[in-house]
Design a protein around this ligand. Structure first.
Ligand code: ADE
Length: 240
């Protein structure tokens, strides 16, 4: 029985497509697109404005500081994309969104089509968030100059776990955070570099002992560096 590999499409709407151009066409993202597993399209929001000066922002009502992204170009761009296919998520990158994490990346990687709207200036006219956005995502409690880096982080984390993108499937599954545990340390040749030695057990060839060592290292590092993760449905081992 042959299993049809589902291709994923990500449409990123931005006022700075040049900032993302290099990023989406490098390394694993480039390979994923060449393999036909993912399609990534960048849309310049300015191409959708009806303003003769190609402006996409205006002053906020109420006399607040900063500029606000207007409804019309965003609505037109999203409407055009939606007229062509169904989208599972229309994401807005914003510091007041839900905090991005591995389980969100896992969930998004199952989608067929995603739109990511990069926020800019003081924000976006709230009516866009109320009527068109289905998911608001923050990549951390700090404010970036725009949502492009957030869109890049989300795209990268999602695409790398799409089946077939990373050759060795096991390597994506054993990432830090996949099971709320930090990954165990890894080493490569030489086994002794300037007297800095690789743990003996890794050279033993004893598979069960190596697995046990890996798990205990994961727990030790998680307990020491990210104890908060241990309460989040961590598989039982020696949590305490
Ligand atoms: N735009 C500005 N800061 C951001 C953040 N921390 N996460 C997502 N989008 C943002």
């Amino acid at each position: 029985m042959s299993v049809k590999i589902q291709e994923m499409r990500i449409d990123i709407i931005t006022v700075l497509p040049e900032m993302l151009e290099g990023f989406v066409n490098q390394s694993i993202l480039a390979r994923a697109q060449k393999k036909g597993l993912v399609e990534i399209y960048l849309h310049n929001l300015r191409d959708y404005t009806k303003d003769k000066h190609r402006r996409v922002d205006d002053y906020p009502f109420g006399g607040f500081a900063g500029m606000v992204m207007q409804c019309q170009p965003i609505d037109d761009c999203i409407s055009r994309l939606k007229a062509e296919r169904h989208y599972d998520h229309v994401i807005f990158t914003t510091p007041d969104g839900e905090q991005f994490n591995q389980s969100m990346a896992n969930e998004l990687s199952l989608a067929e089509n995603i739109i990511i709207l990069c926020g800019h200036y003081k924000g976006v006219d709230y009516r866009i968030r109320e009527h068109l956005i289905t998911k608001e995502i923050s990549i951390g409690d700090y404010v970036l100059t725009g949502g492009e880096l957030a869109a890049a982080a989300i795209t990268d984390a999602v695409v790398r776990i799409v089946p077939g993108v990373i050759g060795d499937e096991q390597s994506a599954l054993s990432d830090s955070f996949q099971d709320n545990l930090l990954a165990a340390p890894v080493y490569t040749r030489p086994a002794d570099y300037k007297g800095w030695c690789v743990p003996e057990v890794l050279l033993s060839g004893h598979e069960a002992k190596i697995k046990e060592w890996e798990l205990s290292q994961s727990y030790e590092r998680t307990r020491r560096l990210r104890p908060d993760l241990l309460n989040k449905n961590t598989p039982s081992h020696d949590k305490d």
